[in-house]
Design a protein. Structure first.
Length: 112
């Protein structure tokens, strides 16, 4: 048995696990599973491009679809411009319709 080859594989495996753990910890620092901490749209959040119904439906779709695969980022964690590039990419993974994608985008950008 070649111990050097075996040791190298062990080191590589341990290193891979360590890198994975660090990346998961760094990605999850801004995530929540507590939906109570997410903002709930009110009439004050209505904009010329987002009705209260849009925002409420967007919040529900955000929680029910995005939260299935990972914790939820607060809408305030990213700018509206960031969300507008993030949501379409993730919507295709989540299987969201065009309407749901638009509603989630309106929710996380607060109608901007």
């Amino acid at each position: 048995m070649n111990w050097n080859k075996l040791s190298g594989r062990r080191v590589a495996a341990v290193l891979a696990v360590a890198v994975l753990m660090v990346s998961l910890m760094s990605c999850s620092k801004n995530l929540t599973t507590n939906t109570d901490s997410l903002y709930v749209p009110t009439a004050a959040d209505v904009t010329s491009s987002a009705t209260l119904a849009d925002l409420q439906a967007g919040r529900a779709a955000f929680i029910n679809n995005c939260g299935r695969c990972h914790g939820l980022y607060s809408p305030d964690n990213y700018s509206a411009a960031n969300w507008k590039s993030i949501v379409p990419m993730m919507a295709s993974r989540a299987g969201l319709s065009a309407t749901e994608t638009a509603q989630v985008t309106k929710y996380v950008t607060r109608g901007r």
